[in-house]
Design a protein around this ligand. Structure first.
Ligand SMILES: Nc1ncnc2c1ncn2[C@@H]1O[C@H](COP(=O)(O)OP(=O)(O)OP(=O)(O)O)[C@@H](O)[C@H]1O
Ligand SMILES: [Mg+2]
Length: 411
């Protein structure tokens, strides 16, 4: 487990808050994201920070820990509460558990006990999220729901941030309640998605999924091919070795996307930069092509050429949405210059943040998870929201946020 457990501390006594923050500061896998002094403040902070664990004091003036836990369960169901109390009586325990707390710690407790409880609750919650995601996607009757949107993340030039954007946008979209999101590594020869998400390369991939679809028509269990990341995002990996990419024919890609969009609200595909038949199959099937460019003259030139090709392929102008990555790293080129040069507006911008992005990359944790407050995370969240989940047309600004479906009502 590589990602940090995000903890919010709630206690009305400042010394206790400081003490707990210090104690948890020694745990490498725990990140204290905030400390609240009251139940009301806890609710506000939890809604904003979406912590994994809320360490809640039971006795607080105004709103006590039990009332706060009840409200939290309704408002921020993705956060699990660990209750702290000086009273260890059964009644307190029972009321806490009824309110939705997952664990009960009697003060004083050792730092080992504290860390162990946090880890245990976090692991249990993650396992639950995984199981429920699988159940939800498999329960969803393919015919009864509106098909999801397929969003291809493409660029005619490599190394501009497609995988970074695809992964983090998909994680951001999956973090929204009620949104079932699948990320497909469409870079079939040299896929990087598994690395960015720290997924075991021994997991099954699209190369296992394709033969199954060809034989059986409808796959019996998507779960054996589509992996669930700890964020709740579902992932279909690229084949483990480049020569296996041949198995993934354009016809197979069309079928895979058809099956996935029938079950998910959003299918994000990280494409290869090459204009191969398989990439074209993805671009054809996509509802939206997020075309990524940077403020470099080669990137801009290739984008102009690609927009011409797209027109020849008969893609509607609004099927393409331009994403300017590292938009603030201008070295003599301004956004207006880019827009002038390619003859259209940039639809989305993402700032450059080498620190967050590379740190996240090397740890195998998406920056949207490890550094949610960063501007770069806010940018991908905005992009994820703009993508929607159903096929509403019209300008990005006017588009409604993703429709909330009840697939993930428990989150
Ligand atoms: N917004 C950003 N700020 C800082 N660094 C970034 C940003 N986006 C991407 N990078 C860095 O740029 C490099 C290339 O990113 P990435 O691998 O996502 O691009 P790609 O288009 O998928 O490349 P490839 O053609 O290899 O598939 C990586 O080192 C990544 O960390
Ligand atoms: Mg890539």
């Amino acid at each position: 487990m590589s990602d940090q457990i995000r903890v919010l501390i709630v206690d009305d006594i400042p010394e206790t808050r400081d003490h707990l923050t210090k104690l948890l500061g020694f745990e490498k896998d725990v990140d204290v994201v905030g400390a609240a002094a009251s139940g009301a403040e806890a609710l506000e902070m939890a809604a904003k920070l979406l912590p994994d664990i809320v360490l809640m004091d039971i006795n607080m003036p105004d709103m006590d820990g039990i009332a706060a836990t009840e409200l939290l369960a309704a408002r921020v169901p993705s956060s699990a509460v660990v209750m702290m109390s000086v009273q260890g009586e059964a009644d307190y325990l029972r009321r806490s558990m009824l309110a939705g707390a997952r664990e009960f710690l009697v003060k004083p407790f050792s730092s080992d006990e504290l860390a162990a409880s946090i880890r245990q609750v976090h692991t249990r919650e993650r396992e639950k999220v995984g199981r429920m995601a699988v159940a939800a996607i498999e329960r969803a009757p393919a015919a009864a729901r509106e098909p999801g949107r397929v969003v291809a993340v493409f660029s005619p030039k490599g190394g501009v941030g497609r995988t970074t954007i695809a992964v983090n946008t998909a994680v951001a979209a999956a973090s929204e309640p009620g949104r079932e999101v699948v990320l497909v590594d469409g870079s079939f020869q040299f896929g990087d998605v598994g690395v960015l998400l720290n997924l075991n390369p021994k997991n099954k991939s699209i190369a296992d999924f394709v033969p199954e679809l060809e034989v059986g028509g409808e796959p019996e269990s998507l779960d054996s091919f589509v992996i669930t990341h700890s964020s709740g995002l579902r992932v279909l990996l690229a084949p483990p070795s480049p020569e296996m990419a041949e198995l993934v024919t354009p016809a197979a890609i069309r079928r895979v996307l058809e099956v996935l969009r029938a079950r998910a609200d959003l299918v994000v595909v990280d494409c290869a930069a090459a204009f191969s038949d398989s990439t074209l199959a993805i671009l054809d099937a996509a509802d939206v092509i997020l075309t990524v460019l940077t403020l470099e003259i080669t990137s801009i030139k290739n984008m102009r050429l690609f927009l011409e090709v797209a027109e020849q392929l008969g893609y509607a102008a609004d099927k393409m949405e331009l994403v300017l990555n590292r938009a603030d790293s201008a070295l003599g080129i301004r956004v207006a210059d880019v827009e002038h040069s390619i003859g259209r507006k940039v639809d989305h911008t993402i700032v450059s943040d080498g620190r967050s992005v590379v740190y996240a990359l090397n740890r195998g944790v998406p920056f949207f998870v490890s550094n949610r407050e960063a501007q770069v995370s806010q940018d991908v969240l905005r992009l994820a929201r703009a993508l929607g989940g159903a096929s509403e047309a019209g300008p990005v600004e006017a588009r409604k946020p993703a429709p909330r479906k009840s697939l993930f009502a428990w989150r």
